[in-house]
Design a protein around this ligand. Structure first.
Ligand code: PBG
Length: 337
């Protein structure tokens, strides 16, 4: 062993890492169950929970099981759930008509959850992808080569009002049409739902990380291809300045919370939006981020508990107030209330 060299240091950052107490006292970022929102998938009928292949540990639930799960999540200190319906292929069509069915699966699910666990904030997506045969978030134009913005926004407004009537706390437009936040705000107010908030998917990228989710809600096979491109409405992953434009527009249009999605690969974007707005920021750790960690853990290449914690801490540290994550339940168990 060589002799230690003489270092004349005044600053020794390791001093504050020396003991558990000092590390805890100087910890900058805190992650609690109340910062997490659990995305949940719901199906019609009375079937037993079915696991989503590319998302181990995530299940499609009947409404009865969904209600049980919401009770359990609430006991663990989780304050919000985001509900996603998986429709029978028979109920889908070209125009996503099922989205305006007053007895739609997701509306029944909302009513059941709000009745059983009223304290839990319930959030629903406003977008047509679970309802269209082509899997796009809106209706197609006459040439069928793009999603028609303004016609789609009209449908989304009606959809948001139905969700508000069913009792959601926040509607979450995830479609990325231009002007939809403002139009939805106006429609909600006109229908008497000025208290229903908008959690805007303000900065949503055209990401490959949504793959497992599309399996979960059956919107991937719909177009007959896994290559379904949403590039004409979701953002280009190469762009950062544009995130500020989108966040600013949604704020001006009346969004209450701004979401960045995906989260982990877009920490710089979360930070950028944090500097650009005073609004609360949500970040969505999407299905592919979850799948990646699960897959590596299954291969024995990563430690599941430590990796999921670190992945969420990083999102919080970047500036997110709220995180939507498929790890919500397991994380809440680990963190305690
Ligand atoms: C649909 C929607 C998507 C997700 C949430 N809402 C997929 C998409 O835009 O194709 C992705 C969530 C995830 O991957 O976990 N508008």
């Amino acid at each position: 062993m060589p002799e230690p060299i003489k270092l004349d240091l005044v600053q020794r950052p390791r001093r504050l890492r020396r003991t558990g107490a000092l590390r805890a006292l100087t910890e900058e970022t805190v992650l609690l169950p109340r910062h997490l929102i659990a995305p949940l998938f719901v199906v019609d009928g009375k079937s037993a929970p079915e696991e989503i292949k590319s998302m181990p540990g995530v299940f499609r639930l009947s409404i009865a099981d969904l209600v049980k799960e919401c009770r359990a999540l609430h006991k663990l200190g989780i304050r919000g759930v985001a509900l996603f319906p998986k429709l029978d292929a028979k109920l889908k069509d070209d125009k996503g008509t099922g989205a305006l069915d007053e007895d739609a699966l997701v509306l029944r699910a909302v009513r059941a959850v709000k009745k059983a666990v009223p304290e839990l904030a319930v959030i629903t997506d406003v977008a047509l992808d679970p309802y269209t045969t082509h899997g796009h978030d809106g209706v197609l134009n006459a040439a069928r080569d793009d999603v028609e913005n303004d016609r789609t926004v009209g449908i989304l407004c009606q959809m948001a009002v139905l969700q508000a009537r069913a009792g959601v706390d926040l509607v979450a437009p995830s479609d990325m049409m231009d002007g939809r936040v403002g139009a939805i705000r106006k429609s909600l107010d006109a229908a008497g739902f000025s208290g229903t908030g908008i959690l805007a998917y303000a900065v949503k990228y055209n990401s490959a990380y949504y793959g497992p989710f599309r399996e979960a809600v059956g919107s991937a096979q719909a177009a007959g291809t896994r290559l379904l491109s949403k590039a004409t409405y979701q953002m280009n992953p190469a762009n950062r300045r544009e995130a500020v434009i989108e966040a600013t527009l949604d704020t001006l249009e009346g969004a209450d919370i701004l979401m960045v999605k995906p989260a982990g690969p877009y920490l710089d974007i979360i930070r950028e939006v944090r500097h650009a707005t005073r609004k609360p920021i949500a970040a969505y750790q999407v299905s592919g981020e979850y799948a990646q960690i699960q897959a590596a853990a299954r291969l024995g290449w990563l430690d599941l508990a430590r990796t999921r914690h670190e992945s969420l801490l990083a999102i919080k540290r970047a500036g997110a107030d709220i995180i939507l994550t498929y790890f919500a339940k397991e994380m809440a168990k680990e963190l305690g209330r």
